[in-house]
Design a protein around this ligand. Structure first.
Ligand code: BTN
Length: 259
């Protein structure tokens, strides 16, 4: 089996988790793992079920953007059934799990750009999408979608060339997709169990944010803010200090670093 080939058994065999990744649904080619995971969640899939695609033909990014995921990248979605109180932490959990896994498997340092892009050497290697179905205060399901540019020659993708990179581009060699996926699942479960046990991952996420202390421009819906990214709140929102001294709390948005 080549380095970029995957099978459910290769992922689940001896995987050191209790439930995350113990059931894997693998598609060589799929529109989007988010759509497939949503269908599975609605059918009551066991918690920790992972949908993985060898490549996606209609990958979804945040704010209705398209997400490119050709062969050689990781595209996966994980189904969880958390209580409402844990929902804001899923963003932190996913980005930290990616940072830890990249360090462990590729030996590369990465950072988080608020809210949940993972950058290596200032360029994006990973995007994270969290979807949830919340009714009243009950979470019917939550899905963590993670896309990582792993073994891609980034110059083959001019549409993302200016902002993105891949792990192989930064390392100068390919790495094992399988090792990175398995590590990611272990890290996600470890952080999720930390949360369920009453622990906090907020401090570590905050300390990994490249955004803080920088002048930023934030597009949030139709509004554009500018200011100093002063801090993040425990619910994951960004606290932006304006030149007139006022503070805005931004729940969701897209950040451009100004310096
Ligand atoms: C972003 O940065 O805009 C988020 C990108 C999220 C991409 C992942 S790839 C796996 C999962 N399936 C999708 O269609 N999207 C997410």
């Amino acid at each position: 089996m080549g380095e970029n080939s995957l099978s459910p058994a290769s992922i689940t065999n001896d995987l050191e988790t209790r439930f995350i990744g113990q059931r894997v649904i693998y598609y060589p080619r799929l529109t989007s793992t988010m759509e497939a995971a949503r269908r599975e969640a609605r059918l009551g899939a066991v918690e920790g079920t992972v949908v993985i695609a060898g490549e996606q033909t209609a990958g979804k990014g945040r704010i209705r953007r398209v997400w490119l995921s050709p062969k050689g990248s990781i595209a996966l979605s994980i189904i969880l059934y958390p209580s409402l109180v844990y929902l804001p932490s899923l963003i932190m959990l996913a980005s930290l799990a990616v940072v830890h896994s990249i360090e462990a498997v590729a030996g590369l340092k990465s950072q988080v750009k608020w809210p949940n892009d993972v950058l290596v050497n200032g360029r994006k290697v990973c995007g994270i999408l969290i979807e949830s179905d919340v009714r009243g205060d009950i979470v019917a399901y939550a899905i963590i979608g993670i896309g990582v540019n792993v073994n891609l020659r980034i110059s083959d993708f001019p549409e993302i060339l200016s902002l993105a990179t891949s792990l192989s581009n930064e390392l100068g060699r390919d790495i094992s997709l399988l090792s990175l996926i398995r590590r990611l699942l272990v890290e996600i479960e470890r952080l999720y169990l930390t949360l369920l046990a009453g622990g906090s991952i907020y401090e570590e996420w905050r300390d990994n944010l490249v955004t803080l202390g920088k002048k930023v421009q934030v597009n949030s819906g139709k509004i554009r803010y500018e200011g100093l990214a002063e801090s993040v709140a425990r619910d994951g929102s960004l606290l932006l200090r304006h030149s007139d001294g006022s503070l805005t709390k931004i729940v969701a948005g897209d950040v451009t670093l100004r310096d």
